[in-house]
Design a protein around this ligand. Structure first.
Ligand code: B3K
Ligand code: ZN
Length: 874
């Protein structure tokens, strides 16, 4: 496979103004008739051949303006169809046959639990019909779906239903019209025996919109939260961005087999059932919040993505980065804002930093790719969102909103670029964003080395910042970036933010400084007392900031910083320093000693309870093993696990009564609700429980057992079950797992959790469990959720067992990737990620991991897996 390059972009030779589709559905032989109204692109010369994309299509008929084409007038190639000579404007008719039931890649038209559904982004539409499958070809669509009246009573597509009727042989049809021009990646079709929940809203300008969530009958009781989230999201986008919905009908459909979380098809969002269904007994608080965020994300795409779309797939972050930023702000407004930020950053610094430091690192706007399916990454989504957040903070909300209005108005109905977006922000704010644009083109995580001194004699604080971005594949040299750093100086005596004066200008007590050069010095004057600097507040830029904090300074910031996010971060930094010592002790075989400063910091948190409960729960959570690993020059999974367990148990022993008090004070019998206060209370209680169970005394174990048996809600049940299963008390864990597994055998989303809980167990039997569970009747390699719940959870969340020194963990992953490469290349290419990180480990493990990558490479590979494995071995 050959890479394609951004620099080769040209507008399409022909555009399609209107597309008429007719689907005659059958599992192994669906007929698709397409009538395309085509015209030459004004910027391209006349006489060029018409090239259409098409994969795995059996062509049955082809005609131009009603005249069937002779065999010498067109050519079928591996990737599509070429018509040698076409008029300036014409009507192309084709008919193809496809086999949805054989489609395990879940791209194009496929079947899930017997129902038909589609996934077209990025390049799935070419598996449905011959078409210019690129986002800069935008057409109105009219779609007729014909199905069996009994098996497929419900026939859905984009837009509004305009006609329906009976047909001979027990068939029926519905015709849908979508008046908004769209690229084919936003096309959708659903057909099956589905039931709906309906609601409605009236938009700000008075349009009545019907809202429908379509599910299988047994899931009708799991849609309330998604519907409520959708309504909140619609209101929020009106209020915050002035964006209104533009059709009379908005539909969400839940399907079990889905590669990603969900898809923003115009008027017909298709969701992974895991991203839409919730019930207090089947979904955790985290799942409720995820559903709310994803429902909002897909809805927000209606403007940021659909009305204004991407010119080409290199611009993917144009819609994804902006839309993630929008959904993050929505969730922050609806829930605890500081906790939302803490969760985002904790995840980002673990997973995106690792991606940006590995062999698949790429800029937020890549300049080449082999398989676009491999670029739905944390970099495109989350780093893209961080860039938009920086933009918003740089220009200020008012200018950002003006820029966003300008963007939506100017480019409505068009396919545009990242320059178009940033250009609107520059115009609206008058700022020069030229240097800022480097964030889009330069891969890798910038590192800032900072140091500072307080000058008593002159009452001044001198802060020196130096930036560098490490080399990434294909980008050896990096330019300095424009890095906004929000900061405060916290007085060590007053314990307050001091007034900031920089170059004679008063900046208030919380300000943003701009690091644009490689090295810059900032001299704050009139600093009345010695401060501890609180840097990068709110994670104001996606960078690694190093400052030589003393542990006392970190404890001080953890207690007194006015910025909630940095208070949390100071605690994390303090814990990491203590963990570093313990990791070294473990490696050197010396006795581990707990740093008393960490114990005192935790005691302070538990006794003062100064923060809101949700923040406190985060503050009491130790950095994850993955995040600790991210900080180490060489990852020693066993030492990390041992050190973290030691810290946890030491804290539990020293502060047992405090944890017990917090646990008991936050018990509640109130009926479950996913509202922020309840979630906060549960999080705090469950963090306390995790400490109490970590030392495995009878009392702690009994609490977990009672919580499991009380069966109050999934959050509590799952936490209790996880703690039991991850303890050494098999005598209690095994019966609990059995009870739970039997009770929920009918519910695939709960069984996913049942799988994950078991395979993330840190004990040495985990790998055998994975193998055993792969034969469980509820497991299936063709269902992406199951693959993620079992294989993904094992390789991503069970480091000590995945990295076994006998290489069995690596082998299991490689075997699975090889099998999935044939079934579902997109999922296979994602799954292989942990092996690509081999450079982070010791030589023995490196050799084992590379050997497995080589073994994968020796297979006949999909472009997806090929691209990832080649990069990993380059
Ligand atoms: N836009 C979809 C991405 C699906 C692409 C999968 N190949 C999901 C989202 O970001 O909303
Ligand atoms: Zn998206």
């Amino acid at each position: 496979p050959q890479p394609i390059h951004l620099s080769d972009y040209r507008p399409p030779a022909y555009r399609v103004t209107h597309t008429e589709l007719t689907f005659d559905l059958a599992p192994s032989a669906t007929r698709v008739k397409a009538r395309l109204h085509v015209e030459r692109h004004p910027e391209r010369q006349a006489g060029e051949p018409l090239m259409l994309d098409g994969e795995q299509l059996a062509l049955k008929a082809i005609a131009i303006d009603g005249q069937p084409l002779g065999e010498d007038e067109y050519a079928l190639t591996e990737g599509g169809l070429t018509v040698h000579r076409v008029p300036e404007a014409f009507r192309l008719d084709t008919e193809v046959e496809i086999a949805p039931e054989a489609n395990t890649a879940l791209e194009g038209l496929y079947q899930s639990n017997g129902m038909y559904c589609t996934q077209c982004e990025a390049e799935g539409f070419r598996r449905i019909t011959f078409y210019p499958d690129r986002p800069d070809v935008m057409a109105t669509f009219s779609t007729t779906v014909i199905g069996d009246a009994e098996r497929e009573p419900v026939l859905l597509s984009n837009g509004n239903p305009v006609e329906r009727g009976e047909l001979p042989g027990g068939r029926h049809f519905v015709t849908w019209e979508d008046p908004y021009p769209k690229p084919c990646y936003l096309f959708a079709l659903v057909a099956g025996d589905l039931k709906k929940v309906e609601d409605s809203v009236t938009t700000r300008s008075g349009r009545d919109v019907t809202l429908q969530i379509w599910v299988e009958e047994e899931n009708l009781d799991k849609t309330d939260h998604a519907m409520a989230s959708l309504k909140r999201a619609m209101r929020w986008d009106e209020k915050t961005y002035g964006r209104e919905y533009d059709l009379d009908l908005f539909m969400i459909v839940a399907v079990n087999d889905f590669n990603m979380g969900a898809m923003e098809n115009k008027g017909l969002n298709i969701f992974n059932s895991a991203a839409v269904l919730t019930h207090p007994h089947t979904a955790t608080d985290a799942a409720f919040q995820r559903v709310e965020g994803i429902v909002a994300h897909e809805y927000f795409h209606n403007w940021s993505g659909n009305r204004v779309t991407c010119r080409d797939w290199f611009q993917l972050s144009l819609k994804e980065g902006f839309t993630v930023f929008r959904d993050q702000c929505f969730s922050a407004d609806t829930n605890s804002a500081p906790v939302k930020r803490i969760e985002e950053v904790a995840f980002f610094r673990t997973a995106q930093f690792a991606e940006d430091a590995g062999p698949t690192a790429h800029p937020v706007r890549p300049d080449h790719y082999i398989e676009i399916g491999n670029f739905y990454t944390l970099t495109i989504y989350e780093k893209g969102a961080e860039i938009v957040r920086m933009l918003c903070n740089l220009v200020g909300w008012e200018a950002f909103r003006r820029g966003s209005d300008r963007y939506f108005e100017r480019f409505d109905g068009q396919a545009v670029t990242i320059e178009d977006f940033v250009g609107c922000m520059a115009e609206a704010s008058g700022l020069d964003l030229t240097q800022f644009m480097r964030w889009y083109s330069q891969a890798g995580t910038p590192e800032i080395d900072a140091h500072g001194e307080y000058d008593y004699a002159n009452a001044a604080y001198r802060l020196v910042l130096r930036q560098r971005t490490p080399a990434t594949p294909g980008q050896p040299d990096k330019q300095p970036l424009h890095i906004p750093i929000r900061l405060g100086l916290v007085g060590t005596k007053s314990r307050r933010d001091l007034a900031l004066t920089l170059d004679g200008e008063a900046l208030g007590s919380d300000a943003v400084i701009h690091l644009c050069d490689e090295e810059q010095e900032f001299l704050f004057t009139d600093v009345s007392e010695a401060p501890v600097p609180s840097l990068l507040r709110g994670f104001s830029a996606p960078v690694k900031l190093h400052f030589p904090y003393a542990r006392e300074d970190l404890a001080f910031l953890q207690a007194h910083d006015s910025d909630g996010f940095n208070r949390w971060d100071a605690g994390q930094r303090l814990a990491l320093l203590a963990l570093d010592d313990l990791i070294a002790a473990h490696r050197n075989g010396v006795e581990k000693v707990m740093d008393p400063r960490v114990v005192e910091a935790f005691r302070g948190l538990l006794t003062l309870e100064a923060d809101d409960k949700a923040v406190l729960a985060e503050m009491l959570t130790l950095p994850s093993e993955a995040y600790i690993a991210e900080q180490q020059p060489l990852v020693d999974v066993d030492a990390i696990h041992a050190a973290r367990t030691f810290v946890k148990q030491s804290l539990a022993m020293a502060l047992r009564d405090d944890f017990l008090r917090v646990f008991e004070a936050n018990q509640s019998e109130a009926p479950y609700s996913p509202e922020p206060e309840q979630i906060a209370t549960r999080s705090l209680k469950n963090v306390a429980l995790s400490y109490l169970v970590s030392i495995e005394d009878e009392a702690g174990i009994a609490l977990a057992r009672e919580q499991f048996e009380a069966d109050h809600n999934m959050t509590d049940v799952r936490q209790a079950l996880t703690l039991l299963v991850h303890s050494s008390r098999e005598d209690l864990a095994d019966p609990a797992l059995r009870v739970f597994g039997e009770k929920w055998a009918h519910d695939p989303l709960v069984m996913d959790q049942w799988f994950s809980i078991q395979v993330t167990r840190p004990h040495s039997d985990a790998l055998d469990r994975v193998k055993f569970l792969m034969d469980h009747p509820a497991f299936s390699l063709t269902n992406p959720n199951k693959v993620r719940a079992l294989i993904g959870a094992f390789t991503g969340q069970n480091p000590v067992n995945f990295h076994r020194l006998d290489g069995e963990g690596y082998r299991l992953l490689a075997d699975t990737v090889i099998e999935l490469n044939r079934l579902n290349p997109e999922i296979a290419a994602r799954l292989v990620t942990p092996l690509t990180r081999w450079a982070r480990f010791d030589e023995t493990r490196q050799a084992l991991m590379k050997a497995e990558l080589e073994r994968i490479r020796a297979e006949t590979l999909s472009p997806n897996v090929y691209e990832v494995v080649e990069k990993a071995l380059a």
